[in-house]
Design a protein around this ligand. Structure first.
Ligand SMILES: [Zn+2]
Length: 397
Protein backbone atom coordinates (compact mmCIF):
# COMPACT_ATOMS: atom_id res chain seq x y z
CA UNK A 1 0.00 0.00 0.00
CA UNK A 2 1.29 3.49 -0.87
CA UNK A 3 2.13 5.70 2.08
CA UNK A 4 0.99 9.31 2.04
CA UNK A 5 2.92 10.97 -0.79
CA UNK A 6 5.21 13.74 0.43
CA UNK A 7 6.56 16.33 -2.01
CA UNK A 8 9.54 15.13 -4.05
CA UNK A 9 11.74 16.21 -6.95
CA UNK A 10 13.17 14.18 -9.81
CA UNK A 11 16.28 15.68 -11.37
CA UNK A 12 17.36 15.44 -14.97
CA UNK A 13 17.66 11.99 -16.55
CA UNK A 14 19.19 10.95 -19.88
CA UNK A 15 16.93 9.88 -22.71
CA UNK A 16 17.12 6.09 -22.70
CA UNK A 17 17.39 3.53 -25.49
CA UNK A 18 17.21 0.02 -24.04
CA UNK A 19 17.25 -3.32 -25.87
CA UNK A 20 19.32 -5.96 -27.64
CA UNK A 21 20.97 -4.30 -30.64
CA UNK A 22 20.29 -0.75 -29.37
CA UNK A 23 23.87 0.26 -30.15
CA UNK A 24 22.96 0.31 -33.85
CA UNK A 25 20.99 3.50 -33.08
CA UNK A 26 24.12 5.31 -31.93
CA UNK A 27 25.14 6.88 -35.30
CA UNK A 28 21.69 8.39 -35.88
CA UNK A 29 21.53 9.76 -32.33
CA UNK A 30 25.09 11.10 -32.48
CA UNK A 31 24.43 12.90 -35.77
CA UNK A 32 22.24 15.44 -33.96
CA UNK A 33 25.35 16.87 -32.33
CA UNK A 34 27.91 16.87 -35.16
CA UNK A 35 30.38 14.60 -36.91
CA UNK A 36 33.45 14.93 -34.70
CA UNK A 37 33.55 12.37 -31.87
CA UNK A 38 35.78 11.68 -28.88
CA UNK A 39 35.24 8.04 -27.90
CA UNK A 40 36.41 7.13 -24.40
CA UNK A 41 36.59 3.42 -23.72
CA UNK A 42 38.37 0.75 -21.65
CA UNK A 43 41.51 -1.28 -22.36
CA UNK A 44 40.31 -3.33 -25.33
CA UNK A 45 37.43 -5.66 -24.50
CA UNK A 46 34.96 -3.45 -26.37
CA UNK A 47 37.18 -2.35 -29.26
CA UNK A 48 38.11 -6.00 -29.98
CA UNK A 49 34.44 -7.05 -30.18
CA UNK A 50 32.29 -7.70 -33.24
CA UNK A 51 29.89 -5.02 -31.97
CA UNK A 52 32.69 -2.45 -32.10
CA UNK A 53 33.66 -3.43 -35.66
CA UNK A 54 30.05 -2.99 -36.76
CA UNK A 55 29.78 0.35 -34.94
CA UNK A 56 32.96 1.77 -36.49
CA UNK A 57 31.75 0.64 -39.96
CA UNK A 58 28.44 2.41 -39.40
CA UNK A 59 30.14 5.58 -38.12
CA UNK A 60 32.53 5.67 -41.06
CA UNK A 61 29.72 5.18 -43.58
CA UNK A 62 27.81 8.04 -41.95
CA UNK A 63 30.79 10.40 -42.33
CA UNK A 64 31.92 10.71 -38.69
CA UNK A 65 35.53 11.27 -37.68
CA UNK A 66 36.73 10.29 -34.22
CA UNK A 67 39.58 9.76 -31.85
CA UNK A 68 39.73 6.95 -29.30
CA UNK A 69 40.97 7.62 -25.78
CA UNK A 70 41.48 4.68 -23.40
CA UNK A 71 41.16 4.57 -19.63
CA UNK A 72 42.54 1.36 -18.14
CA UNK A 73 41.83 1.90 -14.44
CA UNK A 74 39.55 3.97 -12.23
CA UNK A 75 40.13 7.53 -13.49
CA UNK A 76 42.05 9.97 -11.29
CA UNK A 77 41.73 13.78 -11.30
CA UNK A 78 45.20 13.92 -12.85
CA UNK A 79 44.10 11.62 -15.66
CA UNK A 80 41.04 13.81 -16.33
CA UNK A 81 43.13 17.00 -16.41
CA UNK A 82 45.75 15.46 -18.71
CA UNK A 83 43.08 14.09 -21.04
CA UNK A 84 41.24 17.41 -21.22
CA UNK A 85 44.54 19.16 -22.01
CA UNK A 86 45.37 16.62 -24.72
CA UNK A 87 42.00 16.76 -26.48
CA UNK A 88 40.74 20.29 -25.86
CA UNK A 89 41.91 21.54 -29.27
CA UNK A 90 40.20 18.67 -31.08
CA UNK A 91 36.90 20.50 -31.71
CA UNK A 92 34.87 17.51 -30.55
CA UNK A 93 31.12 17.94 -30.85
CA UNK A 94 30.19 14.83 -28.89
CA UNK A 95 31.87 12.62 -26.28
CA UNK A 96 30.86 8.94 -26.28
CA UNK A 97 31.74 6.76 -23.28
CA UNK A 98 31.62 3.00 -23.97
CA UNK A 99 32.57 0.52 -21.27
CA UNK A 100 32.20 -0.20 -17.56
CA UNK A 101 31.89 2.35 -14.79
CA UNK A 102 35.42 3.71 -15.17
CA UNK A 103 35.23 4.66 -18.87
CA UNK A 104 31.73 6.11 -18.38
CA UNK A 105 32.79 8.23 -15.39
CA UNK A 106 35.95 9.27 -17.24
CA UNK A 107 33.95 10.30 -20.32
CA UNK A 108 31.42 12.19 -18.20
CA UNK A 109 34.15 14.22 -16.49
CA UNK A 110 36.04 14.92 -19.73
CA UNK A 111 32.81 15.99 -21.50
CA UNK A 112 32.21 18.41 -18.66
CA UNK A 113 35.65 20.02 -18.90
CA UNK A 114 36.67 19.89 -22.59
CA UNK A 115 35.22 23.36 -23.20
CA UNK A 116 35.90 25.15 -19.86
CA UNK A 117 39.37 23.57 -19.73
CA UNK A 118 39.93 24.10 -15.99
CA UNK A 119 41.14 21.45 -13.55
CA UNK A 120 38.53 19.03 -12.23
CA UNK A 121 40.02 19.67 -8.77
CA UNK A 122 38.13 23.01 -8.73
CA UNK A 123 34.84 21.11 -8.51
CA UNK A 124 35.57 17.84 -6.71
CA UNK A 125 33.38 17.32 -3.61
CA UNK A 126 35.15 17.35 -0.29
CA UNK A 127 38.58 18.31 -1.67
CA UNK A 128 39.74 21.68 -2.98
CA UNK A 129 37.64 24.83 -3.36
CA UNK A 130 34.42 23.03 -4.51
CA UNK A 131 33.61 25.81 -7.01
CA UNK A 132 30.21 25.46 -8.70
CA UNK A 133 30.43 24.01 -12.20
CA UNK A 134 29.18 26.54 -14.77
CA UNK A 135 29.65 24.53 -18.00
CA UNK A 136 29.57 24.57 -20.93
CA UNK A 137 29.61 20.79 -21.17
CA UNK A 138 30.13 18.93 -24.43
CA UNK A 139 27.17 16.63 -25.23
CA UNK A 140 27.80 13.10 -23.93
CA UNK A 141 26.32 9.69 -24.78
CA UNK A 142 26.84 6.77 -22.38
CA UNK A 143 26.97 3.15 -23.57
CA UNK A 144 27.53 0.70 -20.66
CA UNK A 145 29.10 -2.70 -21.38
CA UNK A 146 28.71 -4.01 -17.82
CA UNK A 147 25.66 -4.35 -15.56
CA UNK A 148 26.83 -2.59 -12.45
CA UNK A 149 27.42 1.03 -11.70
CA UNK A 150 24.45 2.69 -13.40
CA UNK A 151 26.81 5.55 -14.30
CA UNK A 152 24.92 5.95 -17.59
CA UNK A 153 22.02 7.47 -15.62
CA UNK A 154 23.83 9.59 -13.01
CA UNK A 155 25.13 13.13 -12.81
CA UNK A 156 28.41 12.30 -11.04
CA UNK A 157 31.82 11.05 -12.10
CA UNK A 158 33.75 9.26 -9.34
CA UNK A 159 37.47 10.02 -9.45
CA UNK A 160 40.07 8.13 -7.40
CA UNK A 161 43.49 8.67 -5.96
CA UNK A 162 44.97 5.46 -4.53
CA UNK A 163 47.14 5.17 -1.43
CA UNK A 164 47.21 6.05 2.25
CA UNK A 165 46.21 9.66 1.53
CA UNK A 166 43.96 8.63 -1.32
CA UNK A 167 40.30 9.46 -1.87
CA UNK A 168 37.32 8.68 -4.05
CA UNK A 169 35.27 11.78 -4.67
CA UNK A 170 32.62 12.94 -7.12
CA UNK A 171 32.53 15.66 -9.75
CA UNK A 172 28.78 16.20 -9.73
CA UNK A 173 26.39 18.43 -11.65
CA UNK A 174 23.09 18.08 -13.52
CA UNK A 175 24.83 19.40 -16.64
CA UNK A 176 27.00 16.24 -16.68
CA UNK A 177 24.02 13.92 -17.23
CA UNK A 178 24.28 12.04 -20.54
CA UNK A 179 22.10 13.18 -23.45
CA UNK A 180 21.38 9.52 -24.15
CA UNK A 181 22.02 6.28 -22.30
CA UNK A 182 22.12 3.41 -24.79
CA UNK A 183 21.77 0.12 -22.93
CA UNK A 184 22.34 -2.84 -25.22
CA UNK A 185 22.40 -6.06 -23.14
CA UNK A 186 24.19 -7.88 -25.99
CA UNK A 187 27.30 -5.81 -25.19
CA UNK A 188 27.53 -7.68 -21.87
CA UNK A 189 28.46 -11.02 -23.44
CA UNK A 190 32.18 -10.62 -22.74
CA UNK A 191 31.87 -10.06 -18.96
CA UNK A 192 33.90 -12.60 -16.93
CA UNK A 193 32.08 -14.22 -13.95
CA UNK A 194 33.93 -12.31 -11.21
CA UNK A 195 32.99 -9.04 -12.90
CA UNK A 196 29.36 -10.15 -13.22
CA UNK A 197 29.37 -10.94 -9.48
CA UNK A 198 30.97 -7.64 -8.45
CA UNK A 199 28.87 -5.47 -10.77
CA UNK A 200 25.67 -7.33 -9.91
CA UNK A 201 26.23 -6.82 -6.18
CA UNK A 202 26.92 -3.12 -6.82
CA UNK A 203 23.67 -2.77 -8.76
CA UNK A 204 21.71 -4.59 -6.05
CA UNK A 205 23.34 -2.56 -3.26
CA UNK A 206 22.50 0.67 -5.09
CA UNK A 207 18.87 -0.39 -5.52
CA UNK A 208 18.49 -1.43 -1.88
CA UNK A 209 20.30 1.62 -0.48
CA UNK A 210 18.19 3.91 -2.69
CA UNK A 211 15.02 2.12 -1.54
CA UNK A 212 15.76 2.55 2.19
CA UNK A 213 17.46 5.97 1.79
CA UNK A 214 16.17 8.86 3.89
CA UNK A 215 15.55 10.67 0.57
CA UNK A 216 13.54 7.87 -1.10
CA UNK A 217 10.19 8.78 -2.66
CA UNK A 218 7.30 6.72 -4.11
CA UNK A 219 8.62 7.04 -7.66
CA UNK A 220 12.14 5.82 -6.83
CA UNK A 221 10.62 3.13 -4.58
CA UNK A 222 8.67 1.73 -7.53
CA UNK A 223 11.79 1.69 -9.70
CA UNK A 224 13.98 0.21 -6.96
CA UNK A 225 11.50 -2.63 -6.34
CA UNK A 226 11.34 -3.37 -10.06
CA UNK A 227 15.14 -3.40 -10.22
CA UNK A 228 15.47 -5.67 -7.17
CA UNK A 229 12.91 -8.06 -8.68
CA UNK A 230 15.09 -8.24 -11.80
CA UNK A 231 18.19 -8.96 -9.69
CA UNK A 232 16.31 -11.63 -7.72
CA UNK A 233 15.33 -13.38 -10.94
CA UNK A 234 18.56 -13.08 -12.89
CA UNK A 235 21.78 -12.43 -10.94
CA UNK A 236 22.71 -16.07 -10.27
CA UNK A 237 21.54 -17.16 -13.73
CA UNK A 238 23.67 -14.51 -15.47
CA UNK A 239 26.66 -15.41 -13.28
CA UNK A 240 26.27 -19.10 -14.20
CA UNK A 241 25.80 -18.43 -17.91
CA UNK A 242 26.66 -15.04 -19.47
CA UNK A 243 25.08 -16.19 -22.73
CA UNK A 244 21.65 -16.36 -21.04
CA UNK A 245 20.14 -13.42 -22.90
CA UNK A 246 17.08 -13.06 -20.66
CA UNK A 247 19.19 -12.92 -17.47
CA UNK A 248 21.59 -10.52 -19.16
CA UNK A 249 18.79 -8.13 -20.14
CA UNK A 250 17.34 -8.16 -16.64
CA UNK A 251 20.70 -7.33 -15.04
CA UNK A 252 21.31 -4.52 -17.56
CA UNK A 253 17.85 -3.20 -16.67
CA UNK A 254 18.53 -3.50 -12.91
CA UNK A 255 21.80 -1.63 -13.29
CA UNK A 256 20.14 1.20 -15.23
CA UNK A 257 17.42 1.51 -12.59
CA UNK A 258 20.02 1.52 -9.82
CA UNK A 259 21.66 4.55 -11.45
CA UNK A 260 18.35 6.36 -11.93
CA UNK A 261 17.40 5.76 -8.30
CA UNK A 262 20.73 6.63 -6.69
CA UNK A 263 20.91 9.92 -8.60
CA UNK A 264 17.65 10.93 -6.91
CA UNK A 265 17.98 9.45 -3.42
CA UNK A 266 21.65 9.05 -2.57
CA UNK A 267 22.96 5.78 -1.11
CA UNK A 268 23.87 4.38 2.32
CA UNK A 269 26.49 2.91 4.59
CA UNK A 270 27.90 0.38 2.08
CA UNK A 271 28.82 3.17 -0.33
CA UNK A 272 29.96 5.35 2.56
CA UNK A 273 32.52 2.72 3.59
CA UNK A 274 33.47 1.40 0.15
CA UNK A 275 34.80 4.80 -0.98
CA UNK A 276 37.67 5.03 1.57
CA UNK A 277 38.20 1.26 1.39
CA UNK A 278 38.81 1.50 -2.34
CA UNK A 279 40.97 4.60 -1.97
CA UNK A 280 43.29 3.14 0.67
CA UNK A 281 43.37 -0.46 -0.63
CA UNK A 282 43.24 -1.93 -4.13
CA UNK A 283 39.61 -2.98 -3.82
CA UNK A 284 37.31 -2.52 -6.84
CA UNK A 285 34.03 -0.73 -6.21
CA UNK A 286 31.68 -3.62 -7.00
CA UNK A 287 33.52 -6.31 -5.09
CA UNK A 288 33.77 -3.89 -2.15
CA UNK A 289 29.99 -3.49 -2.16
CA UNK A 290 29.60 -7.25 -2.42
CA UNK A 291 31.81 -7.84 0.62
CA UNK A 292 29.97 -5.30 2.80
CA UNK A 293 26.31 -5.44 1.85
CA UNK A 294 25.26 -8.46 3.94
CA UNK A 295 26.73 -7.13 7.20
CA UNK A 296 25.70 -3.52 6.53
CA UNK A 297 22.12 -4.68 6.03
CA UNK A 298 22.25 -6.80 9.18
CA UNK A 299 23.62 -3.81 11.13
CA UNK A 300 20.95 -1.40 9.87
CA UNK A 301 18.19 -3.89 10.70
CA UNK A 302 19.59 -4.77 14.16
CA UNK A 303 20.01 -1.09 15.10
CA UNK A 304 16.51 -0.16 13.94
CA UNK A 305 14.93 -3.08 15.77
CA UNK A 306 16.77 -2.00 18.95
CA UNK A 307 16.68 1.79 18.72
CA UNK A 308 14.08 2.85 16.13
CA UNK A 309 11.39 0.19 15.66
CA UNK A 310 9.15 2.80 13.98
CA UNK A 311 11.77 3.70 11.34
CA UNK A 312 10.00 3.36 7.94
CA UNK A 313 13.09 1.70 6.45
CA UNK A 314 12.48 -1.32 8.69
CA UNK A 315 9.20 -1.90 6.84
CA UNK A 316 11.10 -1.59 3.59
CA UNK A 317 13.63 -4.27 4.57
CA UNK A 318 10.61 -6.42 5.40
CA UNK A 319 9.20 -5.71 1.93
CA UNK A 320 12.48 -6.77 0.27
CA UNK A 321 12.44 -9.98 2.33
CA UNK A 322 8.90 -10.70 1.13
CA UNK A 323 9.91 -9.93 -2.45
CA UNK A 324 12.73 -12.48 -2.20
CA UNK A 325 10.55 -15.02 -0.42
CA UNK A 326 7.94 -14.67 -3.16
CA UNK A 327 5.15 -14.55 -0.57
CA UNK A 328 3.45 -11.61 1.09
CA UNK A 329 2.17 -13.60 4.11
CA UNK A 330 5.42 -13.78 6.05
CA UNK A 331 5.88 -12.24 9.48
CA UNK A 332 8.10 -9.13 9.42
CA UNK A 333 10.98 -10.60 11.40
CA UNK A 334 10.90 -13.77 9.31
CA UNK A 335 10.96 -11.70 6.10
CA UNK A 336 14.02 -9.75 7.25
CA UNK A 337 15.78 -12.96 8.26
CA UNK A 338 15.03 -14.30 4.77
CA UNK A 339 16.61 -11.19 3.22
CA UNK A 340 19.80 -11.81 5.23
CA UNK A 341 19.75 -15.51 4.28
CA UNK A 342 19.52 -14.55 0.62
CA UNK A 343 22.44 -12.14 0.88
CA UNK A 344 24.46 -14.83 2.69
CA UNK A 345 23.71 -17.31 -0.08
CA UNK A 346 24.71 -14.81 -2.80
CA UNK A 347 27.95 -14.00 -0.97
CA UNK A 348 28.83 -17.70 -1.00
CA UNK A 349 27.57 -18.60 -4.46
CA UNK A 350 29.23 -15.60 -6.12
CA UNK A 351 32.49 -16.52 -4.32
CA UNK A 352 32.94 -13.04 -2.89
CA UNK A 353 36.23 -12.66 -0.97
CA UNK A 354 36.69 -11.04 2.45
CA UNK A 355 38.41 -7.74 3.26
CA UNK A 356 41.41 -9.51 4.83
CA UNK A 357 42.28 -11.04 1.46
CA UNK A 358 43.02 -7.47 0.26
CA UNK A 359 45.32 -6.86 3.22
CA UNK A 360 42.82 -4.89 5.34
CA UNK A 361 43.51 -5.41 9.07
CA UNK A 362 42.02 -4.16 12.34
CA UNK A 363 44.77 -1.50 12.42
CA UNK A 364 43.25 0.06 9.25
CA UNK A 365 39.76 0.42 10.70
CA UNK A 366 40.03 3.87 12.39
CA UNK A 367 41.46 5.45 9.18
CA UNK A 368 38.62 3.99 7.08
CA UNK A 369 35.97 5.04 9.63
CA UNK A 370 37.37 8.59 9.70
CA UNK A 371 36.85 8.91 5.93
CA UNK A 372 33.50 7.17 5.63
CA UNK A 373 31.24 10.16 6.20
CA UNK A 374 30.84 11.34 2.60
CA UNK A 375 27.46 12.05 1.00
CA UNK A 376 26.39 8.36 0.93
CA UNK A 377 26.55 7.92 4.70
CA UNK A 378 24.24 10.93 5.18
CA UNK A 379 21.28 9.12 3.58
CA UNK A 380 21.71 5.82 5.45
CA UNK A 381 18.30 5.12 7.06
CA UNK A 382 19.71 5.10 10.58
CA UNK A 383 22.56 7.18 11.93
CA UNK A 384 25.68 5.09 12.57
CA UNK A 385 28.22 5.94 15.25
CA UNK A 386 31.94 5.54 14.61
CA UNK A 387 31.76 2.40 16.76
CA UNK A 388 28.95 1.02 14.56
CA UNK A 389 30.99 1.62 11.38
CA UNK A 390 34.11 0.08 12.97
CA UNK A 391 32.03 -2.97 13.92
CA UNK A 392 30.75 -3.27 10.33
CA UNK A 393 34.29 -3.30 8.92
CA UNK A 394 35.56 -5.70 11.62
CA UNK A 395 32.94 -8.35 10.90
CA UNK A 396 33.80 -8.19 7.18
CA UNK A 397 37.56 -8.73 7.65
ZN1 LIG B 1 28.02 1.57 -6.39
Amino acid sequence: MLQNISPFSITRLPRIEFGAGAIRKLPALAAQYGKRLLIITGANSFTNSAAAAALFDDLQRAGFTWEICRVTQEPSPQWVDATVAAYTAGQFELVIGIGGGSPLDAAKAVAGLLKPGNSVMYHLEGVGPELPYQGISTPFIAVPTTAGTGSEATKNAVLSVQGEHGFKKSFRDDKLVAEYAIIDPDLLTTCPPEQIAANGMDAFTQLMEAYVSTRANPLTDALALSGMTAVRDSLLAFYADPTDSEARSKMAYASLLSGICLAQTGLGSVHGVVAPLGAFHAIGHGVGCGMLVLEATRLNIDLMEAREPENPALLKYTAIGKLFRGRSHVDPVGARVFLLHTLTAWTQQLKLPRLASFGVTTADIPHIVAHSRGSSMKTNPIELTDADIAHLIRVCL
